[in-house]
Design a binder for this molecule. Sequence first.
Ligand code: HEC
Ligand code: HEC
Ligand code: HEC
Ligand code: HEC
Ligand code: HEC
Ligand code: HEC
Length: 250
Amino acid sequence: MMRMALVLCCLLLAATLARAAFYQLPPQPPQNRYGDLLLDRVSSAAGQKPVFFSHFTHRLRDTCRVCHFELGFAMKQGETEITEEANREGMYCGACHDGLMAFGHNKGHCDRCHTGDAQIDMETFGQIRQQLPPSPWGNGIDWSRTLDAGLIAPRYSLYHPEEQPMGYDKRLELSANWSMVPPAVFDHKSHGRWLDCNNCHPDVFNIRKKTTAHFEMRYILEGKFCGYCHGKVALPLDDCNTCHPGIKMR
Ligand code: HEC
Ligand code: HEC
Ligand code: HEC
Ligand code: HEC
Ligand code: HEC
Ligand code: HEC
């Protein structure tokens, strides 16, 4: 009994310390700006204002896979060589912003992308958010429950509408290297609805459980492994419990 109490006590202390002292989580942006980007690899240098891109509005209609697999956008700001010429030829933004599916790359529309400021106005944001299941994190939306409930139906493929997720649904329990920390769960099913296998394998993770080197929380917090998406666009790293069910935080 004493021993149990001691272990419990250590667990609580360790988890609390972990959060307060080791893990310097960046402050959360306002909900309407979580996942917003201001692209300026070439714009300012060419005399145009930087380009605004909202993950929040775009993921309502398209899965990550459409942009980050089919259209070849990198999952790191500034890495993709997006140019106005490529856009006009129907690549990158121009795959949709062609004047048919979405406003095009013609005069009169330049300022809708080259805004110089990343923001979806609070009214538009509030109206959409209100209709979706809430979450304390990120955009304030529980995106998994949103899909479960069929409230949105983002495209899985832009070019092959009949294509479906592969149906590899294995759920993994990734035990931590620290004995008092409950394992992290990783569910292929909830990720496969948004992503392609290729978004994670083989560059981010090995295709074999517990074989990825340096797969630790401190690297995740630096934006590696799960932190590649979580903390930037997918639910933020403050949400310890969703990944480590049962972790005690206070
Ligand atoms: C409509 C297209 C589109 C969709 C859909 C989309 N993204 Fe992106 N994403 C982009 C673009 C464009 C960039 C910037 C790429 C660049 O600058 O090279 C980006 C960048 C990112 C980054 C890097 C952010 C940073 O701060 O460096 C991450 C992470 C990311 N996306 C994850 C996701 C995830 C996860 C989803 C699905 C929930 C998603 N994206 C859906 C277009 C999209
Ligand atoms: C759908 C969004 C979108 C629209 C509309 C748009 N652009 Fe762009 N534009 C981009 C993106 C994205 C980039 C690359 C951003 C960066 O600097 O990282 C870019 C880059 C540029 C550049 C940088 C130099 C180069 O050759 O790429 C110029 C100049 C430019 N756009 C001019 C225009 C003009 C003029 C219009 C209107 C006729 C326009 N853009 C409309 C998204 C857009
Ligand atoms: C997979 C399709 C798709 C791609 C790729 C895409 N967009 Fe869009 N985007 C849309 C649609 C659809 C709308 C809403 C329709 C409209 O307003 O005409 C939209 C709306 C927007 C808006 C208006 C504000 C908002 O967020 O609703 C901006 C700004 C924008 N896109 C910028 C971009 C930029 C910059 C890129 C490339 C970096 C890009 N989009 C790539 C489909 C796409
Ligand atoms: C969001 C990231 C992500 C995506 C997308 C993803 N996986 Fe994985 N996968 C992982 C992680 C994390 C592991 C465990 C790696 C480790 O522990 O070193 C893994 C492990 C695996 C394993 C080994 C399982 C075991 O028990 O050893 C297989 C097989 C696998 N993935 C197949 C796939 C296939 C097929 C797809 C596409 C349908 C896919 N994965 C998509 C992250 C992903
Ligand atoms: C390539 C991007 C990417 C990577 C890498 C990634 N995730 Fe995710 N994850 C997502 C997206 C997108 C969602 C959907 C919910 C959201 O956007 O908040 C999600 C959701 C989740 C959820 C909630 C799922 C549910 O069923 O409610 C958990 C838990 C999770 N991820 C754990 C992990 C873990 C653990 C890792 C690392 C082993 C990881 N993820 C790596 C993109 C990613
Ligand atoms: C996106 C999912 C995700 C979130 C959110 C997350 N973790 Fe982790 N965490 C992991 C994964 C994956 C591991 C590595 C598991 C392994 O060793 O295989 C891990 C490992 C750990 C470890 C073990 C030591 C180490 O460095 O590997 C601790 C302690 C930990 N996490 C604490 C936390 C705390 C505290 C939070 C909240 C502030 C948190 N985690 C949020 C996925 C997550």
